[in-house]
Design a protein around this ligand. Structure first.
Ligand code: ACO
Length: 408
């Protein structure tokens, strides 16, 4: 038997590659195969660029790896909207794992993103142990909660009519993209949805969910919406999407959701600083059942990214950034005045306080999802004095927890 490794060629995907790309990802992520034609067409319209690997030494030169990305804006602390590369659909055939194919594909993709001047890369991770080596850090989190509607008593009277209504298909299509855009602009960590994303979301195709559940029901409010499904056998509701631009919309929508008749539990993923429990007489009606990392971030252009966000405290320090992956290592001087930073790469700290950290740790710190103090306590940031921890912590703190809101 010939045990020489087969030659494996890496290149950009062409149209003819797509049936095999879909088949590979369907196998990997347990999707139905084939996917509906409309879903494939809509998906391809969202993709910016795709790398594939073929096994040229095997019969038919099968496609054995894929990695692609979408251009997706993200809101960073302070409200700036940064363009990012949203890495997704990364899959290597079970027959070709651990032969460096992920590394080869990402080498190409990072180079292309840096050439394009993208400040950030983002992803939603299948596993927690893969992406730190490429400079990604978990940056936005969510709590999974189960609400017991029988235990819900609101502290305030319900308004006579909060003007929440079930939307018709036309009203939903006409209103929710705009509501989502308004929400995303104000929510740090939010992933914006380009127009090409909505047809597939609105189609709510059956393969995306448990077959026991209903279609999505949309509740519309002038400043938000919620989409949920019912599992009649379990008498449960799952909130798939909750978007509130104002506190009033948050309260009005949750009032309807927690009042659904014939439902004995409601589950949802909510921001870690969500106020739902604080509105209730018995906060235990909202039980936290999990906490998950929802968005991983990697600062591709450290200077541009650090310049784009705002800061909670003024001061100056030097960040000694390490990166074993794509050249982001170095000393960065960050001087904050009036909440805005001027950032430059320098060769010496020149007497400034110094904090040493990896680019992955800096990416976790960047969104405000994890504090500098916690990271320093865990040994992930090495500061030259306790006062430097205090300064870094004060600078990078944010008044709201970041929340991504889109899985991709
Ligand atoms: C953004 C997204 O799309 S998330 C989805 C990621 N895809 C999946 O989870 C699908 C199932 N898994 C796979 O398809 C593959 O196993 C992949 C894509 C995770 C890895 O592909 P491979 O080609 O085997 O990875 P490759 O050989 O290039 O390994 C690169 C490095 O990552 C490490 N690595 C790979 N997979 C894992 C893992 N699951 N957990 C921890 N480390 C891993 C390797 O050990 C290697 O480390 P090193 O080079 O630093 O020593």
């Amino acid at each position: 038997m010939n045990s020489q490794p087969s030659p494996l060629s890496l290149r950009r995907a062409e149209s003819a590659d797509w049936p095999e790309i879909i088949a590979l990802d369907a196998r990997t992520f347990a999707l139905p195969a084939p996917l509906p034609d409309a879903e494939v067409a809509e998906f391809r319209a969202r993709v910016t660029d795709t790398m594939v690997v073929r096994d040229d030494g095997s019969d038919g030169a099968p496609l054995v790896a894929v990695s692609l990305y979408f251009r997706l804006p993200v809101t960073v602390p302070g409200g700036a909207r940064l363009d990012s590369a949203g890495l997704s659909w990364v899959s290597v055939a079970a027959t070709h794992r651990r032969r460096g194919l992920l590394r080869r594909m990402l080498t190409e993709q990072f180079a292309a993103w840096q050439r394009a001047g993208l400040p950030l890369a983002i992803l939603t991770a299948s596993e927690g142990g893969i992406y730190e080596r490429f400079g990604f850090g978990p940056a936005c989190f969510a709590e999974t909660v189960t609400v017991d509607p029988g235990a819900v008593v609101w502290r305030t009277e319900a308004p006579a009519d909060s003007r929440v209504r079930y939307g018709t298909a036309e009203q939903i299509a006409a209103r929710i993209p705009d509501l989502h855009a308004r929400w995303a602009a104000a929510q740090p960590g939010a992933v914006h949805r380009p127009d090409t994303w909505w047809p597939s979301i609105l189609a709510d195709r059956g393969f995306r969910r448990n077959s026991q559940t209903t279609d999505l029901y949309y509740l519309l409010h002038e400043d938000g919406y919620a989409a949920y499904r019912i599992d009649a056998r379990e008498a449960s509701a799952t909130v798939e999407e909750f978007v509130a631009v104002t506190d009033q919309a948050h309260t009005d929508l949750w009032r309807v959701l927690t009042g659904l008749d014939l439902v004995t539990s409601i589950s949802a993923k909510i921001p870690v600083d969500d106020t739902l429990g604080l509105h209730l007489r018995n906060a235990r009606a909202v039980r936290v059942t999990g906490r998950s990392d929802e968005l991983w971030v990697s600062l591709l252009d450290v200077t541009a990214a650090l310049t784009a966000r705002t800061y909670a405290a003024d001061g100056a320090l030097a960040l000694e950034v390490s990166d074993g992956w794509c050249g982001r290592e170095g000393l960065y001087r960050v001087a904050v005045d009036g909440g805005r930073a001027s950032v430059s790469r320098v060769t010496t700290a020149d007497g400034l306080p110094v904090a040493a950290l990896s680019v992955a740790t800096l990416s976790s710190l960047y969104t405000g999802g994890t504090t500098a103090r916690a990271l320093a306590t865990a040994g992930r940031i090495d500061c030259d004095s306790p006062a430097t921890v205090d300064l870094l912590d004060a600078m990078f703190r944010t008044d709201r927890a970041p929340f991504a809101g889109t899985y991709f």
